[in-house]
Write a protein of this length. Sequence first.
Length: 451
Amino acid sequence: MTYESQQVKIFVVEDDPVYQKMLRYIVELNPDHVIQTFSTGSECLDHLNENPTVITLDYSLPDMSGEEVLKAIKTYNKNINVIIVSSQDSINTAVELLKHGAYDYITKDADTKNRLLNSINNAKKSTSLIREINQLREEIGQKYDFAKSIIGESSAMQRVFKLMSKAINTNITVSITGETGTGKEVIAKAIHYNSERKKKPFVAVNIAAIPETLIESELFGHEKGAFTGALARRKGKFEEAHTGTLFLDEIGEMDINLQAKLLRALQEREVTRIGGNEVVKFDCRILVATHRNLPEEVKKGNFREDLYYRLLGVPIELPPLRDRDKDILLIAQHFLQEFSSDNNMGRIRISAEAQKKLLNYTFPGNVRELKSVIELSAVMCDENVIEPSDITLNTIQKEGQFLWEEMTLRQYTFKIIRHYLEKYDNNVLKVADKLDIGKSSIYRYLKEMED
């Protein structure tokens, strides 16, 4: 059912009984309109709890001015469309009322009927659009409800969820780190859409994807003529994100010279467009993400130390997929169900042997790579069952992480055991099982490591 076919409540506020009847007749020409008439401003305000979609408001009422009634209506609900119907044709009066939120200003003359009907129809469309946007925002909020949409039961992801829960209740900056493909932007959106700012803009900027010469303009905006090609004024991302959230992805790729300007903007909560002098205040929450080790970048002189501490906030480190144990199978099943549903392929399952193959792979591309692997496997499989032969894994990858530096076998052994102990929260039994060695061997190595 379309919005136009639904009943719409409209208030007609007019103290002249004859003109009130005429306005009612005009509005009732559409059978979907439910009309209530009032002769005073106070009567109208007393019934605002009925939430009309449109109010036609006489400018001159016996108890209140049209401007006073308009302000009261907008204070109660800014989404109610108020159409002023007045015998005055003063342009200044019309402009002032439109500034205070009036949807339209119509003078009482021979053309009132047509203008009023057109204005009401346009106001209904505007209200319908607002409702659709609000509904979409609610759906987005549900989509990014991290308890439902971010799949993970591993202890590593439970730690992430705990930090996210703390972050959404404040406006503190959040720094998200993790390897490429671990889902940093998904985490950022989940934080935004579960915070108090969820109905405000979420603006994402990938620093690595923007040419170095354009990043300053992208973030801070520019005035017309500020540089060649600046044909008009343009708002920067800080202005676009006002009252909402600004997500600076791959912040570690930002040029060291621009970092100083970013630091000042964050400290002062204001920006100046390129080529302009006007100071523009902003109020937005900052979320940042990077796959780089920022403390190391600070030591190397590639990242400002003062900016690093300004951005640190709540640090959330996303674990690589290889450290998420059986989350791999949960995520794989999710991607498989999503892909098969989108392509009308019916129910597809992953065989036990195929599951082992997935669990034994390190997934250097993390969740992003897993998605590609599963989608290809769904296409290649027969009889709706994915077998090991249907799974094509990436062979273009670096040597294992333990082979990046030359060490003795004893040092490698210690490094491997230390890695697995950290991965499995010092669970010696589990590490012994994973490495296929005795528990006593783990304890012996631990004692040797301490010596």
